[in-house]
Ligand binder design. Structure first.
Ligand code: 3PG
Length: 390
């Protein structure tokens, strides 16, 4: 793909699609990780003398309608605070008619207020494209969506290139997945096998150890013939878990199942946690974490890994009494000399909680996009950039 950093941006109208889909409460951005990740791209373009137009979606508004609640105004204010200069939010931009000075940064209002955005409408895409001399796709977090601002705009713009954030994500994820230093371990947690089945399929034969956690692990525990009581699990996927385990083993890998578990009788922040051997789970028990022996065994695997890919906690770490497993794993990732990548909302919350952000080699800004990359799927926005470069 063409890279933004290889182009002369001076005096050019540069339209940058970022993923500024951040949580907002009472008109304020409550977590600005995605904004901070986009700032090097924004300052690079502004310092190069470009007329910088940023665009993004936020939330999932009713398409074609303005709503205050999904306005990007708080994001414009936030970026303005970081840059130390005004960032105008432009509401009516589809037909042009606004000027941007060289080196100025403006933000275009939520692209999902435009009818046709999500279905990648051609006429809308052409309107976006007409705003710019250079279209920059930098929104890794939305690269799995073929929408007018992520795909169509780049198709019709005079020049389409990858911004530094997107390029950096692709480099880091490619390094972890395409030619990983061995041993490679992936940690996939979450509540359901069904929502992460394609990820599990893709990773089970690629990695040396596939560590499963949360409700996903419960289904694997059941597949191993162990009791799971009232725990969240998917009975209809037990055979699938058996097959995944067999596939992993046929490839010289493994999917370790916990030997000890932390259970409770109810799901609540004050629930009493009880440590048990994995075969002691009672009919009215719910498994909320892995036990210390299992956690330490996984930590050992992680500390010795050449590559670590992490998506999803191994327990209900929001409640401290069920957070020890995820904490042990987090600290092992922090200690490991291997190349580590973490992505996904819950995972980043755990990275924050156990304060390991600066010890993870790369933290992805993608949620759904990160998962699709792990699944081995082509990201439509990236395919578009490749086609434009060819
Ligand atoms: C995300 O947060 O995963 C991206 O911004 C994509 O948002 P979407 O799932 O609403 O398309």
């Amino acid at each position: 793909v063409i890279k933004m950093t290889d182009l002369d941006l001076a005096g050019k109208r540069v339209l940058i699609r970022e993923d500024l889909n951040v949580p907002i409460k009472d008109g304020k951005v409550t977590s600005d990780a995605r904004i901070r990740a986009s700032m090097p791209t924004i300052t690079h373009a502004a310092n190069a003398g470009a007329k910088v137009m940023l665009m993004s979606h936020v939330g999932r508004p009713v398409e074609g309608e303005f709503s205050e609640e999904n306005s990007l105004q708080p994001v414009a204010d936030h970026i303005s605070g970081i840059l130390g200069k005004p960032v105008r939010l432009i509401r009516d931009y589809l037909n042009g008619g606004f000027d941007v000075a060289d080196g100025e940064v403006v933000l275009l209002e939520n692209v999902r207020f435009n009818a046709g955005e999500k279905k990648n409408d051609e006429a809308l895409s052409k309107k976006y494209a007409a705003l710019c001399d250079i279209y920059v796709m930098d929104a890794f977090g939305t690269a799995h969506r073929a929408q007018a601002s992520t795909h169509g705009a780049g198709t019709y713009a005079p020049v389409a290139c990858a911004g530094p954030l997107l390029a950096g994500e692709l480099d880091a994820l490619g390094k972890a997945l395409d030619n990983p230093a061995r041993p490679m371990v992936a940690i996939v947690g979450g509540s359901k096998v069904s929502t992460k089945l394609t990820v599990l399929e893709s990773l089970s034969t690629k990695v040396d150890q596939l560590v499963v956690g949360g409700g996903i692990a419960n289904t694997f525990i059941a597949a191993a013939g162990l009791p799971v009581g009232k725990s969240l699990y998917e009975a209809d996927l037990i055979d699938t878990c058996k097959r995944l385990t067999a596939d992993a083993e046929a490839n010289g890998g493994s999917i370790p199942v916990p030997t000890d578990i932390v259970c409770a009788k109810e799901f609540s922040p004050t629930a009493e946690a009880t440590l048990k051997a994995a075969d002691e789970c009672l009919d009215d028990d719910m498994i909320f974490d892995i036990g210390p022996d299992s956690a330490e065994a996984l930590a050992e695997i992680i500390r010795n890994a050449g590559t670590i890919v992490w998506n999803g906690p191994v327990g209900v770490f929001e409640f401290d009494q069920f957070g020890e497993g995820t904490k042990t794993i987090s600290l092992a990732i922090a200690e490991s000399d291997g190349f580590s990548i973490a992505g996904g909302g819950d995972t980043l919350a755990a990275v924050d909680k156990y304060d390991i952000a600066d010890k993870v080699s790369y933290i992805s800004t993608g949620g759904g996009a990160f998962l699709e990359f792990l699944e081995g799927k082509a990201l439509p926005a990236v395919t578009m950039l490749e086609e434009r470069a060819a």
